[in-house]
Design a protein around this ligand. Structure first.
Ligand code: 1GP
Length: 253
């Protein structure tokens, strides 16, 4: 069976872009399950990420609900080790490599490694790089780390390269959920040129224009969550934009 990771390597090698919907279990209203399910079936994103900075017990329930209502693979995108569950199809085994907090570089990982190993879940080692936005984001506050300054693309690129050399299989360039503004295009371009592994970009992407900019700059996959909490129907338009990206390049889908 093809792995979840193979979707990212295919995107990286072929130029096919991936659209990923992020669902924060703490903000997922169970009463909206049926409505959301219809949207997910119609939009058919490549993957669903589930996770948040504060989430604990609602993670499992949300994943189970999502798996009941659609067949889109679900990837756990955990804010901490407490969120681990083997109910997802894969796990982003994240190291916050832009930070210098040992707990998010290796501590949480040691705590959960035996459970991850025992579960047999596909764990994808991912170098997570937090980028400065105009306000302090939840992930910055909770992780107690400093983001890479927005005007230092080379610093982000060098961090990403170090992540690849350390063995990470994905780089996630992140402005933080709800960030204003998203990761600068120049930083995405510089990071993309410095690495050979797939690049995910997320945080503050809230319209087709910003999604196309991130893809043009070199993102292999874009993650959208926050704007869908108030406007879930937008996922259909965003999915179409990413799916037709080669055809509609530089235009709004
Ligand atoms: C956050 O990258 C994701 O971790 C998505 O960001 O919620 O701002 O879309 P938004």
């Amino acid at each position: 069976m093809a792995t979840i990771y193979s979707r990212f390597t295919e995107a990286n090698h072929t130029g096919k872009k991936l659209f990923i919907v992020l669902i924060d279990p703490d903000k997922f209203d169970p009463d909206m399950t049926e409505f959301y399910g219809k949207l997910l079936i119609q939009a058919s994103p490549d993957l669903i990420f589930v996770g948040g900075s504060l989430t604990t017990e609602s993670t499992v329930n949300t994943i189970q609900r999502l798996k009941e209502i659609c067949s889109v693979p679900v990837v756990l995108f955990p804010g901490n080790a407490l969120q681990f569950t083997d109910k997802a199809d894969a796990l982003l085994f994240l190291s916050l490599i832009s930070g210098r907090n040992p707990d998010f570089l290796i501590g949480q990982h040691v705590a959960i490694a035996p459970a991850v190993h025992k579960s047999g879940i596909e764990a994808i080692p991912t170098g997570y790089i937090l980028v400065e936005s105009d306000e302090t984001t939840s992930v910055e506050y909770i992780s107690n780390t400093r983001p890479v300054p927005r005007n230092k693309p080379q610093l982000a690129a060098t961090t990403a390269l170090a992540g690849e050399l350390l063995g990470h299989k994905l780089i996630y360039l992140e402005a933080g959920s709800g960030a204003r503004p998203p990761v600068p295009d120049e930083m995405i371009e510089t990071v993309k040129k410095s690495i050979s592994i797939p690049l995910i970009v997320g945080g503050g992407l809230r319209d087709n224009t910003s999604i196309i900019s991130a893809l043009n700059a070199g993102a292999d996959a874009v993650v959208v969550g926050n704007v869908l909490e108030s406007n879930p129907e937008l996922m259909i338009s965003f999915a179409g934009t990413v799916r037709n990206y080669k055809i509609q390049k530089n235009t709004i889908g």
